[in-house]
Design a binder for this molecule. Structure first.
Ligand code: CDP
Length: 220
């Protein structure tokens, strides 16, 4: 089959990556976690003390960062940073970094290039609105902030990352605010996206609902 694009957009911790991985496996699609790409740039900015107001520093940073994704592992200039990009310190700086136009231009190009001619599921904030406005199936996945904070806290605990409920909730709300009010490609539901509220749904139920939209589209 030629290109087939499924997009999952939604706020922090709504379950996009968990669901996208399962769908990718089920349908043998390539999975692209676009948030991880923004996280890699944010990690570089953090480690190199990049001034986010300085256009020249931003340009140099983008010229100096090579991102590679191999079997869902993320390499920043050749170094595997898959674990590091998920830490709260990266979460704390990623939204301001992702609000920078030049950063988005570079990453959106890369996202289109990686998905070209393939069956791909991508998750992020602007995939159905900006990156692939003509996607075959678009999902907008939401959940209450409290439920999303609980899920994120559980993930941190499993990985042994120290965190507490109040600060995780505050960080999620702050990221939601920056992501949905920024000028460049803000987080919003595409007009033709199917909205799913996963607050009280199991992972299996969400997968089942999305599968229905995909099956309908591919005529299965
Ligand atoms: O997994 P989580 O929901 O915490 O976030 P993520 O998908 O890893 O994305 C991290 C951050 O990257 C978001 O809060 C956005 O600021 C930014 N992002 C974006 O601007 N556009 C995308 N397509 C994906 C992520």
């Amino acid at each position: 089959m030629e290109e087939f694009i499924v997009t999952i957009d939604g706020p922090a911790g709504s379950g996009k990556s968990t669901i996208a991985k399962i769908i990718a496996k089920k349908y043998k699609f390539t999975y692209l976690d676009t948030g991880a790409m923004y996280r890699m740039i944010a990690l570089y900015a953090l480690e190199n003390n990049i001034d986010l107001e300085d256009k020249i520093a931003i340009k140099n940073m983008l010229d100096n960062t090579k991102l590679d994704i191999v079997e869902n592992k993320f390499f920043l200039n050749g170094k595997d940073v898959s674990e590091e990009i998920r830490t709260p310190k990266v979460s704390a700086v990623v939204s301001p970094v992702a609000a920078i136009k030049e950063v988005r231009v570079k990453l959106v190009d890369l996202q289109r290039e990686i998905s070209k001619g393939k069956k791909t599921i991508l998750d992020g904030r602007d995939i159905g609105t900006v990156v692939f406005p003509n996607a075959d199936v678009k999902i907008y996945l939401v959940a209450s902030p409290e439920e999303r904070a609980n899920r994120r806290l559980k993930e941190y605990k499993e990985k042994g990352v120290e965190a507490d409920y109040e600060s995780v909730l505050a960080s999620i709300k702050e990221r939601d605010f920056i992501d949905s009010t920024r000028e460049e490609s803000p987080l919003m539901k595409a007009e033709d996206a199917h909205e799913i509220d996963s607050s009280i749904m199991s992972i299996e139920e969400v997968v089942e609902e999305i599968s229905k939209y995909i099956d309908k589209k591919i005529g299965a």
